[in-house]
Design a protein around this ligand. Sequence first.
Ligand code: NDP
Length: 473
Amino acid sequence: MESIPMIIDGRPVMSGSTLGVINPVDGKVFAEVQRATPVHVDQAVAAARAAFPGWRETPLAERGRLLHALADAMHAEMPALMEMLTRESGKPLGGLDGVGSGMEVGGAVAWMHFTADLDLPVELIQDDAEARVEVHRKPLGVVASITPWNWPLLIAIWHVVPALRAGNTVLIKPSEFTPLATLRFVALANEILPPGVLNIVTGNGDVGAAMAVHPGIDKIVFTGSTETGRRIMRAAAGNLKRLTLELGGNDAGIVLPDVDVAAVAPKLLAATLHNNGQTCACLKRLYVHDSIYEALCTELARLAQALIVGDGLLPETQLGPLQNREQLAIVEELAADARRQGARILCGGQRLARPGFFFLPTIIADATSGMRVVDEEQFGPLVPVILYHDIESAIAAANASENGLGGSVWGQDAALAGTLAMRLECGTAWVNTHGAIQPDAPFGGVKQSGIGVEFGRHGLAEYTSLQTVKAMK
Ligand code: NDP
């Protein structure tokens, strides 16, 4: 089996110890990557630090040109990258509602092109007979990116590209579960960028922990669980690292009584189940008015039962396996807890009888707060449907969560839905859609869902510090 090297200072690096990468379709190891030690983290930080002055001084237009070239190189490899992503993550090539590896690679390329042209011009505060006062944006230095397994390539691009665009150098650690597409992305980058500008180390959470305490790293950008985010924040205090933390979500959607049940059900299903529910901003709790409750539950169950679950490499597959064995166990426990507490499992509720980490799409009626599937961030193909009578109680229940990533309101009266959506305590409020992100609009969480934002000019600013320059006349 091929053993894929890390890349430090533009060179392939083997560590002498490896980790297997498992295909969630059959639970078998199909590739091997390096298990980094703290020494490799030191080497990668040293390489990034040495490359920083040269990259910072590289003109913005040239940095942009190189990032566009990298996006083109990824585009040229799109079919191979899609297959690699499907093998390591389990997500289908196409997927439910077109959400699969094709969208992940295509989205990564589009995001790179957009971000390659972003700019933060000098802000002029004062220019009069007394003085000229300008505010400049400066890169921070060495940025460390720690990524999760649910959207490994797209999230890597979200972290790395704005950091590079702003003039920082980068060290990335992908999740041990899904390192392959990120390794390929970094290999392509190292054919285009100067050595040391983008480095990659692989391994488990210990490698991330070594990065979080490292005094040579100026900023951490992390996407993953709230608990690990807290750990990183504590560890990062030693040298006051800047942080962008995109953490867990438990997004609520409120369905108003005026919806057309048949028209809205497929949209709600796609928003809850795409990528098997393994997306931070998936719709994870559905609050439905009593006047349409049974009709919507029945329609959701009918649609969910018809979904094609299987090997993501097959073109007809809509949902693949869950990404890892641990996640499958969590999902199984959450479904069992709901059943024990009196919820009605309208469909699914169990593993698929085949090898691999498959769990059937599951509609859970009569879900209530107090059930783990409602109260916790659930990362699986589970759709808890909660009944409400009056809108005030629905909004209160939606907001009664420590998370605050996204939220949505669904209804035909768009003005009313918009007003209600803005009362949700979350970083992004959607109306008649959910999880619809875009490269020019900031995205981030409030409450325990994170710190800071990604995307667009607001996201780019997170990779800079401000310098005020005041010149007397
Ligand atoms: P984690 O948050 O633990 O993992 C995310 C990344 O952090 C991985 O690269 C991981 O490495 C790394 N990491 C783990 N421990 C540390 C540490 N102490 N310091 C620095 N980095 C670390 O997520 P899990 O994979 O454990 O998933 C658990 C739950 O988290 C899921 O059930 C889901 O609810 C939630 N989750 C949320 C995501 C989101 O997008 N909001 C994404 C993924 C998970 P490694 O994988 O190699 O251990």
